[in-house]
Design a protein around this ligand. Structure first.
Ligand SMILES: CC(C)=CCC/C(C)=C/CC/C(C)=C/C=C/C(C)=C/C=C/C=C(C)/C=C/C=C(C)/C=C/C=C(C)/C=C/CC(C)(C)O
Ligand SMILES: C[S@@+](CC[C@H](N)C(=O)[O-])C[C@H]1O[C@@H](n2cnc3c(N)ncnc32)[C@H](O)[C@@H]1O
Length: 376
């Protein structure tokens, strides 16, 4: 919908877009633009973008098959002939070759003489085992999206993804058993390297005394913090079943001890004693009322001038429209929450008694953004 200026009319830019869109939607203009030398490169680019959009599901299935069959791992050390790859992956040669061809087209693999080696994107992915873990859980979401019109015609949640993230559909998340929290806690631990390095490079914690990680899962973020800032006191808060898992892997006494607290942040107060609190990949899971309540509880648990680090991907990040699309759909299937822009989060922080709020650049905003808020 075009933005309205304060006087109510569309802006000059919107009118230019309207004119452009009417022209481009006209088949006669399309026929002309594909052959005219000045517009041909733009027409080709748009056609490729649309073709990629149409093929997106196919691309993600090829990616998933390569990840599940460990095809990228197989060629990590050296290129291998197609027949050996198919045999190792347990694929019949004819069908296997089709998959390998598709993987070459998507730059996951590359032809090297008569063999197949890593492609540019395959190599980048192999360097990110955390991303591989995320890709492997996507079938839950695909299951919910099998009929996309039905998926957006019914209400939020209620499918495989919401069941997986037990707290998303639980009336009393504090009572969830380990069987409902264990799988997602493992996925979060496996994917935490995507996030922890971004946050800790952007905001070194050296000047703080004690960090409380709210919704800290199995403790993977705190383990990364301990590597960087061994002098920092560490506390974790999560649902009882998740806290029990954290207790099993984190030392509660001695060097690098973590004080582990359990509870439901929608009902229970947060433990005091930290001068900095982190919320990593939490706010986007919840609707505004829950986030506001949580931010108020955090404000109450912090001392005057205490710090809140809020780390998660943020909507409206320039050039990252596909991130907005991904989370719009993911969180619809989850049944709760939404991806917020830095401005929307800043507004909620202000309502909860925080300010000033600083947006700190991370190296890879696709993986996470970062807001640093001061309690006042
Ligand atoms: C040496 C010469 C000559 C040249 C070098 C050229 C060069 C500099 C190449 C760059 C190589 C390089 C460093 C590549 C780096 C690639 C990276 C960092 C790739 C990262 C990929 C990350 C991916 C694919 C991440 C995917 C993340 C997903 C799908 C996350 C999903 C998150 C979800 C579902 C979160 C759920 C939590 C909930 C429920 C919402 O709370
Ligand atoms: C998406 S995970 C993020 C985990 C971790 N911060 C990370 O980035 O790896 C959300 C976490 O919030 C916790 N959580 C959800 N609802 C909660 C609640 N009401 N009270 C306490 N923790 C909750 C979950 O158990 C889970 O560990």
């Amino acid at each position: 919908m075009p933005e309205r200026r304060s006087n109510g009319g569309p802006s000059l830019l919107d009118r230019a877009y309207d004119w452009h869109d009417r022209l481009v939607a006209n088949p006669r203009f399309q026929a002309f633009a594909q052959t005219f030398w000045l517009t041909r490169p733009i027409a080709r680019r748009r056609a490729k973008e649309l073709f990629d959009l149409a093929g997106g599901f196919i691309h993600s299935q090829v990616l998933l098959a390569c990840v599940r069959l460990r095809l990228l791992d197989m060629v990590r050390a050296e290129p291998l002939p197609a027949e050996i790859l198919c045999a190792r992956a347990g694929l019949p040669p004819e069908a296997g070759r089709r998959l390998l061809e598709a993987a070459v087209g998507l730059r996951l693999l590359r032809r090297r003489g008569g063999a197949l080696g890593l492609g540019t994107l395959g190599a980048a992915l192999l360097g990110n085992p955390a991303a591989l873990a995320m890709i492997e859980h996507h079938p839950l979401l695909y299951d919910d999206l099998a009929d996309p019109v039905a998926a957006f015609s019914r209400g939020r949640g209620g499918g495989s993804l919401a069941r997986y993230w037990g707290y998303a559909e639980a009336a009393t998340p504090g009572e969830l058993p380990e069987a409902r929290t264990g799988p997602y806690t493992e996925l979060m631990a496996a994917s935490q390297p995507l996030v922890a390095r971004q946050v800790l490079d952007a905001y070194p914690l050296g000047r703080h005394r004690t960090l409380l990680d709210v919704g800290g899962g199995g403790g993977a973020f705190l383990a990364a913090v301990r590597e960087r800032a061994p002098q920092l006191g560490l506390m974790l808060f999560d649902l009882p079943a998740v806290a029990a898992k954290a207790r099993a892997v984190l030392p509660e006494a001695g060097a690098g001890a973590v004080a582990i607290h359990e509870g439901d942040f929608t009902r229970d107060p947060l433990p005091r004693g930290a001068d900095v609190i982190s919320l990593v990949r939490i706010a986007h899971d919840h609707d505004d009322a829950v986030v506001l309540g949580l931010l108020r509880a955090i404000r109450a648990a912090l001392p005057e001038d205490g710090t809140l680090l809020l780390a998660e991907p943020m909507a409206g990040t320039p050039g990252l429209g596909t991130l907005d699309a991904y989370f719009a759909v993911y969180l619809h299937a989850l049944g709760t929450g939404r991806l917020r822009s830095a401005a929307e989060l800043t507004d909620l922080l202000a309502q909860a008694g925080f300010g000033p709020v600083r947006r700190v650049r991370t190296a890879m905003p696709l993986l996470t953004g970062l807001l640093v808020a001061t309690a006042h």
